[in-house]
Structures are given as structure tokens and as C-alpha cells.
Design a protein around this ligand. Structure first.
Ligand code: ZN
Length: 232
């Protein structure tokens, strides 16, 4: 039996149909954000089932990572790109949460990811955070935490930009000086912890590598990595 509220919701959706954030088809009753087809058929990597995956290989010989994962393959003009655009530029933070819960269910099947204690999102520039209003990796982290037995720490890893005077430096030195640097503000909270470092899209892995290098200075810390998508 339909309630009055149910009829009203159906009526409103006739006039303003909610669209799937990935394929833009109209959503039907009980579908939220993603249509059923996209929910099950977006290009999953299944990297949680394959330790020697392409994301993990980005860090070999650079930083010791226990396990690395991406939920989807990202292709130009594809559904995952549509969805990431809605998420990052149309302010749909709930997409990040949903993807975190989808990834969290998969990671729960993997003993390494399952043992993570703390989830840390890659921090955004203060300027960009102010502009966008939210950190997309933190939304993903919140969704993950709903499925994994781990807590999210958003303020421990911070992005600091060197502000020394640039005038008398060579071009290369300026470039080096301008490089974004990450810092751990409370290393004592992370001693002997298994940290799951998360980001939205991984390509070359250089940002994640810079974060990992800082985090791994903490005594006894071990590290795994999870992202929403992998883009070649
Ligand atoms: Zn869809």
C-alpha cells in the first residue's frame, strides 16, 4: 500500500525526475543516486582480490605499502567520470559517502584492509577547500568508516605550503620551494597503527606517495591505500 507521502514523492519525481549520477537515466523507486544497473555494473577493478594490482605497483620500490586498491576504473567520457564530476563540482557530497560504503563492503572481505585502525583522507589545499566547501576524500573516508572497524582522522595529516621569500631563488629552487608539503600534526596518535590513506582518483600516485612518506616516519606505522578510481 502506498502512503500519501509515497504518492506525493512519486508525483514530485514525475515532474522533477531524479537522475542517476553516473548514466543520467531516471531513477525509479528505492534507487538513490545510482540506478540499479550502475550500482552493479560500473567498472569495478576488484583490486581487493588481487594484491599485485596496478595501483599497488605504483608504490613498489618507493614506499612500503601493505595493500592498495581502487574501487573503479576511470575512463574519459565514461560513467565514472560523470559521477566524479557531479561529486566534486556539483557539491554532491553524498556520492562520496555512498562510494565509501560500496568500497568498504569490498575491503571488508580482505584481511589486510579489514585490519586498518585509522582512515586518513589526503588533505586539500586550504584555498581549494574554501572554494569547494568540502574535501571529497573525507566524504569517501566517512563512507568507508561505516563499513570498516576504523576511525577517520581528518586533521592529522595537513598540507603546508612553504612561504619563504622566492625573489632570490633560481627557477628550480622556486619550484622545489613551492612544492606542496605534507605534515603529520599528531604523530603520537598514530604510533603502531595501520593507516588506510584515501584519495579520490589515483593516476601516478605522486600525491599519495608524498603523504605516505610523511606518515611512514611515525614509529611502527603501517600503511595501505584506497581510492575511488584509478585513471591511466
Ligand atoms: Zn545509472
Amino acid at each position: 500500500m502506498h502512503s500519501v507521502r509515497g504518492y506525493l514523492a512519486d508525483f514530485i519525481s514525475l515532474i522533477f525526475p531524479q537522475l542517476c549520477v553516473a548514466c543520467q537515466e531516471s531513477l525509479i523507486a528505492n534507487e538513490e543516486l545510482l540506478c540499479t544497473n550502475c550500482l552493479y555494473n560500473l567498472p569495478f577493478t576488484n583490486f581487493h582480490l588481487n594484491a599485485n594490482n596496478i595501483v599497488a605497483s605504483q608504490f613498489w620500490g618507493k614506499v612500503p605499502v601493505k595493500a592498495a586498491y581502487a574501487l573503479y576504473y576511470f575512463t574519459k567520457g565514461g560513467k565514472v567520470q560523470n559521477m566524479m564530476h557531479q561529486f566534486k563540482y556539483n557539491g554532491m557530497q553524498q556520492i562520496g559517502n555512498l562510494l565509501g560504503t560500496i568500497a568498504g563492503k569490498q575491503l571488508n572481505q580482505n584481511l589486510i584492509f579489514k585490519s586498518a585502525d585509522v582512515i586518513i583522507p589526503v588533505p586539500l589545499h586550504k584555498k581549494r577547500l574554501w572554494k569547494r566547501g568540502f574535501n571529497q576524500s573525507a566524504c569517501f573516508a566517512d563512507g568507508l568508516a561505516q563499513k570498516l572497524n576504523a576511525t577517520v582522522e581528518i586533521d592529522n595529516l595537513v598540507r603546508v605550503v612553504a612561504t619563504k621569500t622566492q625573489t632570490h631563488k633560481s627557477r628550480f629552487a622556486r619550484f622545489e620551494n613551492m612544492k606542496q608539503v605534507f605534515e603529520v600534526s599528531r604523530p603520537d596518535w598514530l604510533i603502531n597503527k595501520h593507516v588506510l590513506l584515501v584519495d579520490d582518483i589515483v593516476t601516478t600516485g605522486s600525491t599519495l606517495e608524498a603523504c605516505a612518506t610523511e606518515l611512514l616516519k611515525v614509529p611502527g606505522l603501517t600503511l595501505s591505500i584506497a581510492t575511488i578510481a584509478y585513471a591511466e
